[in-house]
Design a protein around this ligand. Structure first.
Ligand SMILES: C[S@@+](CC[C@H](N)C(=O)[O-])C[C@H]1O[C@@H](n2cnc3c(N)ncnc32)[C@H](O)[C@@H]1O
Length: 289
């Protein structure tokens, strides 16, 4: 006979995620405490806790859990439970976007406040990275872009680096100056964790050593075209390759990435090839030197 844990696992394996409520209702012949206990016994084995009352089945592959709700309310997430936040918030910038036929942001928009960054800092693990996709600076938004960095700093999210996202040959007309970039703003919660291979020490000892920073030296820019109009399922959809490239720099295999303003859900679709070895010919851990 199948154990209760196995039957909960098989029941939700295809869907990938389940709430406690769903687990109770699928096993209504068993006491709730028993169902809960079998899930708890198998945390890290069959199940992983994603948020309060929300679990996912572990199957060794990447998985994506969609939580519907207000992305500014992270209260269902535990302190220091997230390895990376990569998000593109719906920034409010009426001045830059009024007029023309830009039809920009038909969804709800807002400006971040200090509490948003307090919450980001709370759920992130120490040393881990927060990546905010931000608009290119202009005459209307420079104050806000500065404010974002100050909010982050006040919450212990340190300015790590900013990399331009150049959108290939795409150029948009803003009325004053043509535009084809956005910024990938990277913060670390306190000192950046050790993701970068320490080439010297690794060569000396023959064992992989890491030092503080992203997995490799960041490039001067990500040169990646935007998603074509005909291919988009969301107005502000980021290219999958951009998200994958970013995550390659700021995460390790098996980690949890949060995108609080998921839009098309592109971050959930990322599949990343992680390099864990140092190529013998390399004199530097960056693919750019
Ligand atoms: C800039 S878009 C993100 C696009 C996304 N990165 C992509 O590649 O598809 C911001 C998204 O946040 C959503 N949004 C706005 N307010 C939100 C909120 N309070 N909680 C969660 N999502 C919100 C918008 O509807 C929009 O889909």
């Amino acid at each position: 006979m199948k154990s209760l844990a196995n039957s909960i696992y098989s029941c939700f394996k295809k869907k990938g995620e389940f709430s406690l409520k769903e687990a109770y209702s699928k096993n209504s012949d068993k006491p709730k405490e028993t169902v809960r206990a079998r899930i708890y016994d198998n945390l890290g084995i069959k199940f992983e806790r994603v948020a309060k009352g929300l679990y996912k089945t572990i199957d060794g592959d990447e998985s994506c859990v969609l939580i519907e709700g207000d992305g500014r309310n992270l209260s269902m997430l535990d302190d220091a439970s997230i390895d990376c936040i990569l998000t593109d918030h719906p920034w409010l910038d009426k001045k830059s976007n009024k007029g023309g036929d830009r039809n920009f942001a038909t969804y709800d928009c807002f400006k971040y406040n200090l509490d948003d960054f307090k919450e980001k800092a709370r759920v992130l693990k120490d040393g881990c990275f927060l990546v905010e996709i931000l608009p290119a600076e202009n005459e209307n938004n420079y104050d806000y872009l500065y404010q974002i960095k100050k909010y982050a700093e006040q919450c212990g999210l340190l300015y790590y680096s900013k990399v331009t996202w150049k959108k290939g040959n795409f150029v948009s007309n803003t009325g004053r100056k043509s535009k084809n970039t956005q910024d990938v703003m990277i913060f670390s919660k306190g000192k950046a964790r050790n993701l970068r291979i320490d080439v010297k020490k690794t060569k000396e000892t023959g064992e992989i050593h890491h030092m503080s920073g992203t997995t490799q030296m960041l490039p001067t820019m990500f040169d990646i075209p935007p998603v074509g109009k005909g291919d988009k399922i969301h107005q502000s959809e980021l290219p999958l390759t951009l998200c994958e490239k970013i995550l390659q720099f700021v995460t390790k295999q098996g980690e949890i990435v949060l995108d609080s303003f998921a839009g098309s859900g592109v971050v959930g679709g990322c599949r990343i090839k992680f390099e864990t070895k140092l190529h013998p010919d390399r004199t530097c851990a960056s693919e750019y030197c």
